[in-house]
Design a protein around this ligand. Structure first.
Ligand code: DC
Length: 220
């Protein structure tokens, strides 16, 4: 199976790009952040402080998180409930980042990710795919952009959806999540030694997609 790992910080455009690129290649696209978001959502629903490791670990008991692919599109399930939309709420982002720093949570989600990659040609995105989950992936990309560029894009996206948002708050949240995701002890966000760096600060979306597709097609 061919596995492509894409890692990078929040808001770099990984999922938008990975969706388009995976369609073009006919691979499934696996968004691993959705798994951490689901664990975070479940903890929030149970009134657990997502920074309380023992409390969060207790929620893993009997918890079922799964991914299903409908027309190559990923849906994430909490038990039998499709939570693909619910996990996109803003408060779930920080909850996901919090629970993702807990080693037992990472262990809990590890086999699920590995099994999908073993059985499918896939493009998997996250923070530790090239470093921990799929260290043998044939292609590894690390997609980043300055915090300001990412905040700018997020601000435009939310404003276009009609949401009243504050640019400075968005930038602060992005920086907070970057710091937390790259400073945790276990599987921190970092570029794998053999990953190709793509900095999209000065590139628009179509250019970035074309550039990444070029890199991939050269190698498969
Ligand atoms: O990609 P995302 O923003 O949906 O991810 C939500 C959080 O999950 C992110 O802040 C860190 C965590 N995460 C992780 O630790 N490892 C991954 N492979 C994917 C996400």
């Amino acid at each position: 199976m061919i596995n492509i790992a894409i890692d990078g910080p929040a808001g770099a455009g990984k999922s938008t790009i990975a969706k388009t690129v995976s369609k073009e290649l006919g691979y499934i696209y696996v968004d691993t952040g959705a798994l951490y978001r689901t664990v975070g959502l479940n903890a929030l629903r149970n009134g657990v402080d997502t920074k309380d490791a023992d409390g969060v670990v207790a929620t893993l008991d009997g918890l079922k998180v799964s991914l299903r692919f409908v027309n190559n599109e990923q849906r994430v399930f909490l038990g039998e409930e499709d939570v693909s939309e619910a996990i996109r709420q803003n408060e779930v982002s920080m909850a996901a980042s919090n629970v993702s720093a807990i080693p037992r949570v990472r262990e809990f989600l590890f086999d699920l990710q590995r099994d999908i990659a073993k059985n499918n040609n896939c493009l998997m995105d996250g923070r530790d795919i090239g470093t921990v989950v799929l260290p043998d992936a044939q292609i590894k990309l690390f997609l980043t952009a300055s915090a300001e560029a990412r905040a700018d894009r997020r601000f435009k996206e939310l404003t276009e959806k009609g949401q009243a948002v504050d640019y400075d708050v968005i930038l602060k949240e992005i920086k907070e999540r970057d710091y937390q995701d790259s400073h945790r002890e276990i599987a921190p966000l970092k570029q794998a030694d053999d990953a190709i760096l793509v900095d999209s600060t000065e590139m628009d979306l179509p250019t970035t997609i074309e550039y990444m597709l070029g890199i991939i097609k050269e190698r498969i």
